[in-house]
Write a protein that binds this ligand. Structure first.
Ligand SMILES: N[C@@H](CCC(=O)N[C@@H](CS)C(=O)NCC(=O)O)C(=O)O
Length: 212
């Protein structure tokens, strides 16, 4: 059995999407980061960086394994299932390349933009400009890639798409007013958002965790 510790954020939704794609049974433990539950000692024992998502697999080759960092979790689940990541060769490294691009670029930059443009009580024009420009640059990179290929790793849907979808969805919803100009010139991004967003597993995963 896999236990998933997560919350209603873009990073939090990547793993439920993957688990829904796999059709595996799993237990969800919501960690309300708005109430600082990520700092509870029991959660820190699983996720030493005090961030969601994290998983516990009770049967990792017969042993209990805890994993934090969404890229590591997605890679683990892909290898355990043999799905959504080629086992070797160029297709594997294209998927890992775009997975790491999301973890190191798209996620953090959109996250910072969300903080300064939407959540901060203080005005911060320089920070908003810096992160809007960087978000625009990253969306341009994404659009160029998706003009060349159907999915991020190439012809096949992979963990790179699963990682990038919730953040790009957030860019097109929560951050839409800030990024409207950039998004208006990204047809391939919209085509891909539609394709990935139409997958039933993605629709189910985007609703997890269900919280009142
Ligand atoms: N690189 C990490 C980022 C995880 C992350 O930033 N999680 C956020 C929610 S989206 C979090 O737990 N924030 C709580 C905090 O910063 O205290 C990953 O991909 O798993």
């Amino acid at each position: 059995m896999i236990t998933l510790y997560t919350w209603t954020t873009p990073n939090g939704r990547k793993i439920p999407i993957m688990l829904e794609e796999l059709g595996w049974q799993y237990e969800v433990r919501p960690i309300n980061i708005g109430k600082n539950e990520q700092f509870a000692p029991e959660f820190l024992a699983i996720s030493p960086n005090n961030k969601i998502p994290a998983i516990v697999d009770d049967d990792a080759d017969g042993e209990r394994l805890t994993i934090f960092e969404s890229g590591a979790i997605l890679t683990y689940l892909a290898e355990k299932s043999g799905q959504f990541l080629a086992p070797a060769g160029p297709a594997r490294f294209k998927a890992l390349e775009w997975l790491h691009w999301q973890i190191g670029g798209l996620g953090p930059m959109l996250g910072q933009l969300g903080f300064f443009a939407k959540r901060s009580e203080e005005e911060a024009p320089l920070a908003i400009k810096r992160f809007t420009d960087e978000a625009d640059r990253l969306l341009t990179v994404l659009d160029r890639r998706l003009t060349e290929t159907e999915y991020l790793a190439g012809a096949d849907y992979s963990i790179a798409d699963i990682a990038s979808y919730p953040w790009t969805y957030a860019a097109n919803t929560f951050l839409k007013d800030v990024l409207a100009e950039s998004l208006s010139t990204k047809p391939a991004v919209h085509r891909w958002l539609g394709n990935v967003g139409n997958r039933p597993a993605v629709q189910r995963g985007m609703e997890i965790p269900k919280v009142p």
